[in-house]
Design a protein around this ligand. Structure first.
Ligand code: FE2
Length: 276
């Protein structure tokens, strides 16, 4: 599945790309399932938005209790000053999280496919297990920025093992806010740890003062629908706001190795699913 040069690229730079791994039809099937979940979602049931600007410091109960559920989160700019949606709910959702891989058949089958487990094996992941799944919409015009971060901040294990599988459900371009990653092959030490305390308060703790890479030095991963981007938990990455008129849908899985120690301070404590 992975070529030796893709494996080398992953080991050297912390990420690799698999173009055309999935057909347009396979991606469209996940997209229509996501649309169906939004169709059934009552927009008056919550006003919970997902933003990485300041909310990493204090996530709400709706977020924290979504670890074993399928919930919709709004884009930060979805509402007007009166608190009403500016556009249809189908164009207002930031993401669906965080247990699609366990609770929705289409996502469950896709996430536990032999295609993905073969890739995990080739990357040397031992006893891989899925902790989290998200369907990300990155809506036209209002798709919010995701600031520089490392995924190990949210899925800390000892030793660090989290690996992210990022599937392009639609073409991702600079214009619609594609993933952008660190260009250096230097390993960037873990800069932050997102902690959930026993009283459910949360903190984004800074572990060192090295600055994030400069935006201009990042490598934009412009990829076609059907591409898989896989990257390790220490790779700094971000995505710019989507100011274009095209959405940028993606599906993601966060996988750790069961032979590592999962931090008791991680926010997500739901039982993971073995990848195979
Ligand atoms: Fe991330």
């Amino acid at each position: 599945m992975l070529t030796s040069s893709q494996i080398k690229q992953f080991q050297k730079y912390g990420y690799t790309l698999l173009d055309d791994l999935y057909s347009a039809q396979e991606m469209d099937k996940l997209k229509s399932t996501a649309h169906q979940i939004v169709h059934e979602f009552d927009p008056n049931s919550t006003r919970s938005v997902f933003s990485t600007n300041d909310q990493d410091k204090n996530r709400d109960a709706y977020f924290l209790s979504s670890e074993d559920k399928v919930r919709c989160f709004f884009e930060e700019d979805a509402f007007n000053s009166k608190g009403e949606l500016n556009q249809d709910k189908s164009l207002s959702i930031n993401k669906i999280g965080h247990a699609l891989h366990q609770l929705v058949d289409e996502f469950k089958d896709f996430s536990h496919s032999t295609k993905i487990s073969k890739i995990a094996k080739q990357l040397g992941l031992e006893k891989p297990q899925i902790h989290q799944s998200m369907y990300i919409f990155k809506q036209p015009k209002i798709g919010g920025v995701i600031r520089w971060h490392q995924d190990a901040s949210y899925f800390l294990t000892d030793p660090i093992s989290v690996t992210t599988f990022w599937f392009a459900i639609e073409d991702a371009t600079i214009q619609n806010g594609c993933l952008q990653v660190q260009s250096s092959k230097e390993v960037f030490p873990l800069k932050e740890q997102f902690i959930r305390y026993t009283d459910d308060s949360t903190e984004l703790k800074t572990l060192h003062q090295l600055p994030w890479p400069k935006d201009e030095t990042a490598v934009p991963l412009e990829v076609k629908k059907g591409t898989l981007v896989v990257f390790n938990g220490l790779l700094p990455h971000f995505s710019a706001p989507n100011l274009s008129d095209k959405s940028r849908h993606a599906y993601t899985l966060h996988v750790t190795c069961a032979n590592t120690e999962y931090s008791a301070e991680n926010w997500l404590r739901a039982t993971p699913s073995p990848l195979f």
